[in-house]
Design a protein around this ligand. Structure first.
Ligand code: ADP
Length: 597
């Protein structure tokens, strides 16, 4: 059964399903009770008519009794007969009253009854006159003709009344029969309409709700199975909205899958999944570039097959540990390219317990390994082949300037001095580079112990004091008794660099302030100057190697641009953080934190 479009909300559909039968039942019950009422009215009319007839019969017999009482009294008058006459007259009046109230509502009886009542009145008057004449023995006063005439009028009226009642009874029982038949028909029609209505509502419910719900559920299941969905339900009710949402979800899912596939297909790293037996279950096309194998050549094959024998054990150990810990891990190993050459790789693997698969990203690090090797070579060239001769050159220059090898001309001495300054800068640069190299390769050893921050401040003042004084800068140190956990020599190196910069970038007459304050488990040290400040765009770059605000800072101020990078490496290795707040032309606050003892 095909569902149809509906704009009715579910609540309104429910209302339709409940209210239609309810309204019908109400109409049905009201009609039935109307018909029932009609039947009852006819039954009451019938019964009243029977009562009227009874009253008419009683009145007829009472008149008969009154006449016979008069006749009997004419034969021999007694007190008992007098009483009986009075009693009969009284009863006639009572029954006349009862008849009057019974026929009160009868439209077709009013005229006949009025005439009948008048005749009864006249007859009663006449009977009384006759009775008095009999009582007095005045027989000549009795008008026999008038009596006969009145009695026959009375009989005629009685007949009229009883005929009317007979008609009423016939009419009432006919009406009652009709009403009963109507009730019966109404009940049958009601039952039939009820059944039809129920069927129609079932069809409506099926089309509007059940069939649409079924499609909705099918679409939900199809979405889960990633199958093509049935066309979206049309309409504006909740089910249509829900189904349209499911369709939108399916479209977005499809898009996301396409994007994911595009990422997988275009990734430069090998992305693959490996089952619990160590066999590839899926591999992206990057395998061709990185390992020289087409994905199809790898799927179903053992992953360790393409690991170099020397790295086999460590690879198996690393993968097993990730599987056992149900975790994610990274490790390096060497793999074998299809053409036989070794490749250095970095694996990031994640074990999925649900899918019982390892999801891995294999990154080719051969180039960076080669770079590292070249860098190490460069560092050793720097330290052995460059620093040593430069240091001898510097000593030689110093000797020449001092005149150890005889007096040099004044012009040559000035040139020698500036060449010597350049040499000093070059050696400082080489030292800084070697130091950073040591730090990055984790070769920088730290002697962590309890250190008084005041002692660090004092040593910094000793190192910088003279140059600060020479530059006309006042060094203000706020005393602090905090004890920190640090390598004292390295921390002094950090402080000397920060305070040195503060002096270097301040103008004469300004001051540089050193403050330390406790912050939870750390001590925060601030070096505040009122110098030229640093533009916001350069705030983070100055902590990078060779990061300088202005290119002239290297030549004019004699810096290498490596000091802050070294400070950052030292502070982070000590377990702290480093940063700067600055306002151009107002000064800077360089700060760092170190753990308290
Ligand atoms: P160097 O001072 O040897 O150039 P640093 O790494 O110590 O190297 O500093 C990097 C750069 O940061 C400096 O060249 C300078 O441009 C900027 N800088 C550092 N400290 C300050 C300061 N207190 N005020 C202004 N600029 C500063």
């Amino acid at each position: 059964m095909a569902p149809f479009k509906t704009n009715l909300k579910l609540a309104h559909q429910g209302l339709v399903l409940v209210s239609i039968p309810l309204v019908f039942e109400l109409v049905f019950v009201l009609s039935l009770s109307g018909l029932q009422h009609q039947t009852e009215i006819e039954a009451a009319r019938l019964s009243r008519s029977k009562d009227i007839l009874t009253e008419v019969n009683i009145l007829a017999s009472l008149f008969y009794e009154a006449v016979t009482t008069n006749i009997t009294a004419a034969a021999g008058k007694t007190a008992a007969l007098n009483n009986r006459f009075d009693d009969v007259v009284k009863r006639i009046r009572d029954h006349l009253g009862a008849l009057h109230s019974l026929t009160g509502g009868e439209r077709n009886q009013t005229a006949a009854m009025m005439r009948f009542e008048r005749t009864v009145d006249r007859t009663l008057r006449l009977l009384n006159q006759v009775h008095e004449s009999v009582d007095k023995g005045a027989w000549q006063d009795i008008n026999i003709e008038e009596s006969q005439q009145l009695l026959s009028e009375l009989v005629a009226d009685l007949r009229v009344v009883s005929r009317k009642q007979t008609e009423t009874q016939r009419e009432s029982s006919e009406n009652e029969r009709k009403a009963r038949r109507l009730v019966q028909q109404c009940v049958f029609a009601g039952v039939a309409v009820n059944v039809l209505l129920a069927l129609a509502l079932v069809v409506y419910f099926n089309k509007s709700t059940a069939a649409r719900l079924k499609i909705l559920m099918e679409n939900t299941l199809k979405l889960g199975r990633r199958e093509r969905l049935s066309p979206a339900l049309i309409g504006t009710d909740e089910l249509a909205h829900l189904d349209q949402t499911i369709h939108r979800m399916a479209e977005e899912l499809e898009l996301a899958i396409k994007k994911e596939r595009a990422i997988l297909d275009n990734a430069s790293d090998v992305i693959c999944s490996i089952d619990s037996l160590g066999n590839f279950t899926a591999v992206n096309p990057a395998a061709t570039d990185v390992l020289g194998y087409e994905p199809n050549e790898l799927i179903g094959k053992s992953s360790v097959r393409i690991v170099l024998p020397a790295a086999l054990q460590s690879t198996e150990r690393a993968l097993n540990s990730i599987i056992q810990n149900k975790s994610t891990g990274t490790f390096e190993n060497q793999m074998k390219h299809k053409d036989g050459r070794p490749i250095d790789t970095l694996w990031s693997a994640h074990w999925s317990e649900d899918e019982q698969q390892l999801f891995c990203v294999i990154h080719d690090i051969s180039a960076s390994k080669e770079m590292l090797r070249v860098k190490q070579q460069f560092v050793s060239t720097l330290s052995h082949d460059l620093r040593a001769p430069l240091s001898s050159l510097k000593v030689m220059h110093a000797s020449l300037i001092k005149g150890v090898y005889g007096q040099v001309p004044e012009a040559a001495s000035a040139k020698l001095q500036s060449a010597n300054l350049e040499l000093v800068r070059l050696i400082a640069l080489i030292n800084d580079l070697l130091e950073i190299e040591k730090m990055e390769s984790g070769k920088l050893e730290m002697e962590i112990r309890d250190v008084l921050i005041q002692s660090v401040f004092d040593q910094t003042a000793n190192a910088i004091g003279a140059s600060a004084e020479e530059a006309g800068i006042e060094l203000v140190i706020n005393p602090c008794d905090a004890v920190i956990k640090a390598d004292e020599r390295r921390l002094v190196q950090v402080m000397v660099n920060l305070v040195g910069n503060a002096v270097k970038f301040s103008t004469s007459g300004k001051s540089v302030v050193l403050i330390a304050c406790r912050q939870d488990l750390h001590l925060k040290v601030e070096v505040k100057d009122f110098g030229r400040g640093i533009p916001e765009s350069k705030l983070s770059a100055i902590f990078d190697r060779f990061g300088q605000v202005e290119s002239a800072d290297a030549t004019e101020k004699g810096g290498t641009g490596l000091g802050l990078a070294i400070c950052k490496a030292i502070v982070e290795q000590l377990g702290g953080e480093i940063g700067v707040r600055s306002k151009l032309d107002s000064g800077s606050i360089f700060w760092f934190t170190v753990p308290l003892s």
